[in-house]
Design a protein around this ligand. Structure first.
Ligand code: TXA
Ligand code: MG
Length: 361
C-alpha cells in the first residue's frame, strides 16, 4: 500500500542508448514501471509475469481491473510461451505484419497472470517495431505488459511530454527516442483470433483491407456505426467513451453548416470553443475568423492527409485540455475505407459518439 502512495523520482531519458536501456531493463526486472515509445503510442510497461508490478500499472493509470493489457515481445516465436494454441492464421499474420502495429488475441496458457487478462481465457500479444521498445524487451528478458501511457480514458501519449505530464513522480523511468517519438500516433490494430471467424476489435494503422489480403472474412466489432448487430463486450477497453479530452466534444453532421454553427455558438455562449478540423476546412475557418470579432475560438488543424490526422489527433486533444476549452466541435467523417475507419473510430470515441443538435431543429 505504501508503495503506491510514494512520490517517486522519475528518471527521464530523452536520448536513449545502451546505457539507458540497461537501466530501464533492470527496473523492469526489479518490478518497476517504465514508459517507452513504440511505433504506435507510448506504452507504460512492467514485467508481464510479475503480478504486483502489473497491478501498479492499473493503479497509476487509474485503470479498472476488468480491462486486460497487451503483452509485448521482441519476437513472435516467444508468443508460444504464453499461449495454448496459435492457429496457422496467427503465423501468417505474424509473417506479414510483425514486427508492427498489430495485436492478436489468442488462447492463453497458465503462465499468464490473471491480472493481465482480467481473468479471460485469452491474451493479447504484440511485437512492436520501434527500436527502443525492442531493445527494452530484449534486455529485460521478459514479456512486457503495457497499456498506452496515459491516465485511463484520456488521449494516449504520443510524445514524451504527454507521458511526463501524466506520470512524472509516479513511475521509475521514462524513455524517449532522441526526439523521434512515435511513428503512427495511434494504437495498434487488434484482431481477435480466438473465435471461428476473426474479429477486428480495434482498427489501427494496419487496416481491414490490409488484413483482408490474408483473411477473407473478418467481423468488424463495435465501430461507431455498427452494421452487423454484433453485441457483447468482447473487449472491455473498447467502451464508447475513450481517448477523451476533458471538454465536451460534439460532432457536427455534414448537412449542418459547420462554420455558422461554430461562430453562432461562440457568439451566443461567449465560452472558450475548440475546433478540431483538417485540411482545407481548417484554413477556411481561419479565414472566416480573421474577418470576425470572435476571439474565443481555438482551432487545431490535425493535418492535410489522413496519416497526419491520425498522428496529430491526441496531441490536439491534449492541447484543448491545456487551454481549458469548454466545448470542442469537430466534423463528421463520411468516408470509411482504410485509415478513415481508424480515424473515425478514435475521433468519435473521443466525442463519446455525441452529435451536435442544432437549436433550430
Ligand atoms: O499500440 C498499442 O496497442 C499500445 C502500445 C503501447 O502497444 N497499447 C495499447 O494498450 O493501446 P491499451 O491497453 O491502451 O489497449 C489495449 C486494448 C484494450 O482496449 C483492452 O481491453 C484490449 O486491448 N485487450 C487486451 N487484452 C485483451 C483480451 N484478452 N481480449 C480482448 N481485448 C483485450
Ligand atoms: Mg489505452
Amino acid at each position: 500500500m505504501g508503495r503506491k502512495l510514494r512520490n517517486i523520482e522519475t528518471q527521464i531519458f530523452r536520448e536513449c542508448n545502451h546505457l539507458e536501456i540497461n537501466i530501464a531493463a533492470r527496473v523492469i526486472r526489479d518490478g518497476g514501471l517504465v514508459a517507452f515509445p513504440t511505433e504506435t503510442v507510448y506504452g507504460l510497461g512492467a514485467n508481464g509475469l510479475d503480478r504486483s508490478a502489473v497491478r501498479r500499472i492499473f493503479i497509476v493509470k487509474g485503470r479498472p481491473l476488468i480491462n486486460p493489457v497487451i503483452l509485448h515481445f521482441a519476437d513472435f516465436a516467444e508468443v508460444q510461451d504464453v499461449t495454448s494454441e496459435i492457429p496457422d492464421l496467427g503465423y501468417e499474420l505474424a509473417e506479414k505484419f510483425m514486427p508492427g502495429p498489430l495485436t492478436l488475441i489468442l488462447k492463453r496458457n497458465k503462465i499468464v497472470p490473471d491480472i493481465i487478462t482480467a481473468g479471460r481465457d485469452t491474451v493479447a500479444v504484440r511485437v512492436p517495431k520501434h527500436d527502443v521498445a525492442r531493445a527494452l524487451i530484449k534486455q529485460s528478458g521478459v514479456p512486457i505488459a503495457a497499456p498506452s501511457a496515459n491516465i485511463s480514458q484520456t488521449p494516449s501519449g504520443t510524445k514524451i511530454e504527454h507521458v511526463i505530464n501524466d506520470f512524472n513522480n509516479k513511475i521509475e523511468v521514462v524513455l524517449g527516442n532522441n526526439n523521434q517519438e512515435t511513428f503512427y500516433g495511434v494504437e495498434s490494430t487488434i484482431l481477435d483470433l480466438s473465435h471461428k471467424i476473426p474479429v477486428l476489435l480495434r482498427p489501427g494503422f494496419i487496416t481491414l483491407e490490409d488484413l483482408n489480403t490474408v483473411i477473407g472474412h473478418i467481423k468488424v466489432h463495435d465501430q461507431p456505426r455498427r452494421t452487423d448487430g454484433f453485441t457483447g463486450l468482447m473487449s472491455p477497453g473498447l467502451m464508447q467513451k475513450h481517448y477523451a479530452p476533458k471538454a465536451e466534444m460534439l460532432i457536427v453532421k455534414k448537412d449542418i453548416d459547420f462554420f455558422s454553427t461554430v461562430t453562432d455558438y461562440a457568439a451566443r455562449t461567449q465560452k472558450k470553443i475548440g475546433v478540431l478540423l483538417w485540411g482545407e476546412l481548417a484554413s477556411h475557418l481561419k479565414e472566416i475568423l480573421s474577418n470576425n470579432y470572435l476571439n474565443n475560438i481555438y482551432i487545431e488543424n490535425v493535418g492535410e492527409n489522413i496519416e497526419d490526422c491520425l498522428y496529430n489527433l491526441y496531441d490536439s486533444l491534449r492541447k484543448f485540455d491545456n487551454l481549458c476549452v469548454n466545448t470542442i466541435f469537430t466534423g463528421e467523417i463520411v468516408y470509411e475505407g482504410g485509415l478513415y475507419l481508424t480515424f473515425k473510430n478514435r475521433l468519435y470515441r473521443a466525442a463519446n459518439n455525441k452529435f451536435y443538435k442544432s437549436m433550430r431543429s
